[in-house]
Design a protein around this ligand. Structure first.
Ligand code: MN3
Length: 235
């Protein structure tokens, strides 16, 4: 390398490192699991939790980061972006929808679970009252929610949402969620207070093709203390 090309190379390196400092580059952090990967055993196995969190969730974050950098929205709140996908450049809408949804949905999902026996065993307070008036009983609610989760064809989620102060069970494909206006039908928009991931990566290692068995076991690790509090604030 002659002196001129060395200087040019060095200048480019300095300029690009300064640009890196000046611009806001998206670096969305993978939220830590709020418990050890084995803490939900035997209902959800440690290997599934580790792969699901460390590999799948991390992959959504990496792809979301690329998409946000591509549209110059590195410092945007992913939750705010996925509420208004239509406002984004057309060529990045799918990437933000899939990976922004993936990031947001999984960030919630880890918190909606907790080690069995570590908190309340079911709905209480305002949530319990609203479940009773809306669905009849907790058992009726769980049956309907489980049906929504079982019937979701392919990959997706079932949700308990609060819509205008009322509970509703919905389901979405892929990584869509009930806050995605313009993606989800208006009648199914609302704030999720509980959701279950029914992608095969959430259960296949332990439950194989038996999605209903996974759903039945998952109820044992629902974090009712969070769900009760979040629902009470919206009902
Ligand atoms: Mn998943």
């Amino acid at each position: 390398m002659n002196r001129r090309s060395f200087i040019n190379t060095a200048s480019v390196a300095v300029a690009s490192s300064l640009a890196g400092v000046r611009s806001v580059h998206a670096e969305i952090a993978l939220p830590a699991l709020p418990y050890a990967p084995a803490a939900l055993e035997p209902h959800i196995d440690a290997e599934t939790m580790s792969i699901h969190h460390d590999k799948h969730h991390a992959a959504y974050i990496a792809k979301l980061t690329d998409a946000l950098n591509a549209i110059g929205k590195a410092d945007a709140d992913p939750l705010a972006l996925i509420k208004d996908i239509a406002s984004l450049p057309a060529d990045q809408q799918n990437a933000v929808r899939n990976n922004g949804g993936g990031h947001v949905n999984h960030s919630w999902f880890w918190q909606w679970m907790a080690p069995a026996g570590s908190g309340p065993a079911g709905p209480d307070g305002k949530l319990a009252a609203s479940i009773q008036s809306t669905f009849g009983s907790v058992g009726d609610f769980q049956k309907l929610f489980g049906e929504a989760a079982t019937k979701r064809f392919g990959s997706g989620w079932a949700w308990l949402i609060v819509q205008n102060g009322k509970l509703k069970i919905t389901s979405t494909p892929n990584q869509d969620n009930p806050l995605m206006k313009g993606v989800v039908p208006d009648a199914e928009l609302g704030t999720p207070v509980l959701g279950i991931d029914v992608w095969e990566h959430a259960y296949y290692l332990k439950y194989r093709n038996k999605r209903p068995d996974y759903i039945a076991a998952w109820w044992k690790v629902v974090n009712w203390s969070k769900v009760n509090a979040d629902a009470a604030a919206l009902l």
